[in-house]
Design a protein around this ligand. Structure first.
Ligand SMILES: Cc1ncc(COP(=O)(O)O)c(C=O)c1O
Length: 394
């Protein structure tokens, strides 16, 4: 074993010791509601496919059609020969959905944050290191982008516009360019940022507001537009409610042109493959007409919150389709996840460092593919007296 491998082994051992070791488990999904693993079936309460579009016939057939017509790969970066004529109409539809002048499709949502933020924060272009005000619970990909940019984040308390205001005031005579970075719906808490207040602060302090709308696009907002309307720039993904894969940024024409010239993750990475573009294109056609599904998912999540609250479980400040059950220790979260697994319900535990220490949880998600009886089964399994110990047929 090399010296570096011994260090990696020691890291893994310490993760095991703390009950925080991660591993990959092979699963089989044949529809949006059920997940299979180790020969058994479970109702899936951990998927981000909020509208059930992953298995939608229109998305699947357009993916197949575009694979047959254009091949399964783009062949090159968009700057070389990969900028297929399929991108233009998709980016126009996306810009319309987000209410922005322009949009640009990149690889994954993670790559979009990891690559776009360093381009935006480039001090050789801005003339100074920017001041980046960031919500403390922003997604790992946003932290990664800030780290890659080499900027120090000024972190404000989670969802606390007053604290953000204080910090902005402390820097009000600082002439460096200011950015505010937040998610709209927080991925692990399902709560919503006070975006109107944050946008007002951005205007007052002449900062640029960047909103990651990953968990709102498609499932919240008018016509599924998400909640990023007041943002100067929106970052997002097609991998959650829109059912497939890929990341994007939306904003001004200048922003788009700048990123085409500066964003390494666009310039040096192969364009998304045509079947994925087909699925994205179909999702963008369908999403505005899915009000019924959005209302249904909201009702399911509310039904669960009311039931869980009645049992004394903490669902934090969740107000969306993402509902955490906050249990505290990693051991408690893992045990509860295992108990639900025995009852035929799939609810992955989320532990530090993904969430702050002492707030390990089940992160439950409700989707258009669920039945109301699934929610009731989940509540029954969570109630200590009623926790079924035997697996049930799904
Ligand atoms: C807020 C947020 N941004 C970005 C991402 C990354 O998106 P993707 O899964 O498309 O890489 C996620 C996904 O977990 C997320 O929750």
């Amino acid at each position: 074993m090399t010296a570096s491998e011994s260090s990696y082994r020691a890291f893994l051992d310490s993760r095991s010791h703390e009950g925080l070791r991660r591993s990959l488990l092979a699963v089989a999904s044949r529809d949006a509601r059920i997940i299979g693993a180790e020969g058994r079936s479970y109702v899936n309460f951990s998927s981000n496919d909020y509208l059930g579009l992953r298995f939608n016939d229109t998305l699947i057939s357009r993916a197949i059609d575009w694979a047959e017509a254009y091949g399964v790969g783009a062949g090159a970066s968009r700057l070389v020969t990969g900028n297929l004529d399929l991108f233009g109409p998709i980016e126009s539809k996306l810009a319309r959905l987000k209410g922005k002048q322009a949009a640009l499709v990149l690889a994954s949502g993670f790559q979009t944050n990891a690559a776009v933020l360093p381009a935006l924060f480039d001090r050789s272009v801005l003339g100074a290191e920017p001041l980046v005000f960031a919500d403390r619970l922003n997604h790992a990909s946003m932290h990664f982008g800030c780290q890659a940019a080499g900027v120090r984040q000024v972190r404000y308390r989670h969802g606390d516009a007053a604290h953000l205001g204080e910090l902005l005031s402390q820097y009000q005579d600082d002439g460096r360019p200011k950015f505010i970075l937040t998610e709209s719906v927080f991925s692990m808490d399902g709560d919503v940022a006070p975006l109107a207040e944050i946008a007002a602060l951005a205007r007052e302090h002449e900062g640029c507001l960047i909103v990651d709308d990953a968990h709102a696009t498609g499932i919240l907002g008018e016509g599924g537009a998400g909640l990023s309307g007041e943002a100067d720039m929106v970052i997002g993904t097609f991998s959650k409610a829109l059912g497939s894969f890929g990341g994007y940024v939306a904003g001004s024409e200048t922003l788009r042109d700048y990123l085409i010239n500066k964003c390494a993750g666009l310039i040096y990475s192969t364009a998304l493959p045509p079947p994925v573009l087909g699925a994205i294109d179909a999702a963008l056609d369908l999403v505005s007409g899915m009000d019924q599904e959005r209302a249904y998912v909201a009702r399911l999540a509310e039904r669960f919150r009311i039931g869980a609250g009645g049992m004394g479980l903490s669902t934090g400040a969740s107000a969306t389709q993402i509902v955490p059950v906050i249990l505290g220790s990693a051991e408690a979260a893992t045990a509860m996840s295992g108990q639900l697994r025995q009852a035929g319900l799939w609810a992955t535990s989320i532990r530090p460092p993904t969430v702050p220490a002492g707030t390990a949880r089940l992160r439950l998600t409700f989707t258009a593919a669920h039945q109301e009886s699934d929610v009731d089964r989940l509540l029954e399994a969570l109630s200590t007296e009623g926790a079924p110990r035997q697996a049930r047929a799904v």
